[in-house]
Design a protein around this ligand. Structure first.
Ligand code: EPZ
Length: 419
């Protein structure tokens, strides 16, 4: 397994460009199943999760040309089945369920199982498909869904679910009649999927609000689409620049999708100024503690909680960081404490006090965003940090060490690192 070795303590300077959005590209790759023509995606990031999704589509029989930033998919003689060995690598594989049932009348998809950050059930996905007329049963760890033709319905989510909303938008796009999704997620990736479904001939209205209406069609056309920038990658570099200190231009930042994060960073004493398509981050002054509670969009993104916590380790005072979306998303905390952070967890809230200093050491990545927070801590710490198991990082960050090196960081990837 690979590791990343970082020599910390240096401010960052220069410019970094944000890649296409992982969490927009994944549902859009699955939306190609809704048409029988060849679709093309552009500005696709070169990530493990993209490769896994391409492999899944190929396993089902699609012809896939995966050469990021371009990916082309032609669904021909598709077997609507998603095997466990691929689904267990990436939960988002569950996003083939809605398109397969809608287009082929049946689907056999492995239950994704939990992951490090929580149990992450898909009950809302299944409840919605049943409301559209699918018969659902689970058998030996697989979901079996069948429906000669889905019918439009009103679906009320018990909580906003990003992939649940995406799965049902795609299923409803080929259902007969109108579907209304109530209490739907409002993430920018939902809005992006709606843009693509409308390019395919679906009629989707209200994406980005809590109520989405979809007029189902008998068939949908293939599409060509350039993916929006990745707001979480952008937020990660904004926080990295603020934590390390310095003067950095982060290019291609969807500022309108990061308002809560930017407001909290400004409250902490970071200067963030729009600059062309990007944001200029300047921080040489001491940081102030601010409190954060994660929430569905447009609230503070749970995918930025681990990274922001590193910033608060440096801030004067005490910050309360509450994780209200997932039940176990503090896996980075023990590793940060080993680096000298001063954090106490009480239930879903971490109390973060200013650390005297962060010291480089060997740390273990556990999930995608926790590994990003450990890299940021390594940029700040005195001495060397070795982050192990960076395959977690490779799932969601394109060429991270090259991008950080371009900002003046001392970062190097090491292969065959044990543990
Ligand atoms: C998406 O996951 C993202 N993944 C996650 O990003 C992100 O953390 C999450 O949304 C929240 O923003 C992709 O878009 C591929 P949810 P998703 O369904 O859809 C509960 C990353 O780092 N829930 O919105 O799986 C669930 O347990 C990843 O890029 C149910 O109870 O998240 C959680 O507590 C990590 N039943 C809450 O809802 C369901 O059927 C929100 O989960 C579905 C969800």
């Amino acid at each position: 397994m690979d590791g990343i070795r970082i020599r910390g303590g240096k401010p960052l300077a220069g410019r970094v460009r944000i890649s296409g959005s992982k969490n927009a590209a994944l549902p859009i790759l699955c939306a190609t199943l809704l048409s029988d023509g060849e679709s093309q995606l552009r500005n696709v990031p070169d990530l493990r999760d993209i490769g896994t999704t391409a492999q899944l589509l190929e396993t089902m029989g699609c012809t896939v040309h995966c050469a990021p930033p371009v990916v082309r998919v032609k669904p021909n003689n598709v077997t609507p089945e998603a095997p466990y060995e691929l689904v267990k690598q990436m939960r988002a594989s569950v996003l083939v369920l809605g398109p397969l049932v809608a287009r082929f009348g049946r689907a056999k998809v492995s239950l994704p199982g939990g992951c490090q950050i929580g149990s992450r059930p898909i009950d809302q996905h299944l409840k919605g498909l049943e409301a559209l007329g699918a018969t659902i049963r689970t058998d030996h760890g697989y979901v079996l869904a069948e429906a000669p033709r889905l019918r439009g319905a009103e679906i009320v989510f018990d909580m906003p679910t990003v992939t649940g909303t995406e799965n049902l938008m795609m299923a409803a796009a080929l259902a007969k009649g109108r579907t209304t999704l109530v209490n739907s997620a409002r993430e920018p990736e939902i809005v992006e999927l709606a843009r693509v479904l409308n390019k395919m001939g679906a009629k989707v209205r209200g994406a980005g609000t809590g109520v989405i209406e979809i007029e189902g069609q008998d068939e949908l056309a293939p599409f060509d689409h350039a993916i929006i920038p990745d707001r979480i990658e952008a937020g990660t570099y904004l926080v990295a620049a603020a934590a390390a200190g310095g003067d950095v231009l982060v290019e291609n930042v969807p500022v309108e999708d990061l308002e809560t994060l930017i407001a909290k960073m400004r409250a902490a004493g970071v200067t963030l100024e729009p600059d062309g398509s990007g944001v200029r981050v300047v921080r040489f002054n001491p940081l102030r503690s601010v409190d954060v509670t994660t929430a569905p969009h447009p609230g503070f993104p749970t995918d930025m909680q681990a990274q922001f916590m590193v910033l608060m380790c440096l801030a004067q005072g005490t910050s309360q960081i509450s994780e209200a979306v997932f039940e176990n998303r503090f896996m980075h905390v023990p590793e940060l404490i080993r680096m000298g952070a001063s954090i106490d967890i009480h239930g879903h809230t971490a109390h973060v006090r200013q650390a005297k200093r962060l010291d480089g050491t060997e740390v273990m990545a556990t999930d995608l965003r926790a590994s990003a927070s450990l890299v940021i801590a390594g940029l700040v710490a005195e001495g060397e940090t070795l982050v192990r198991r960076v395959y977690h990082l490779d799932r969601g960050y394109e060429r991270m060490e090259a991008k950080l090196e371009a900002l003046g960081a001392s970062v190097a990837r090491e292969h065959h690192v044990e543990g």
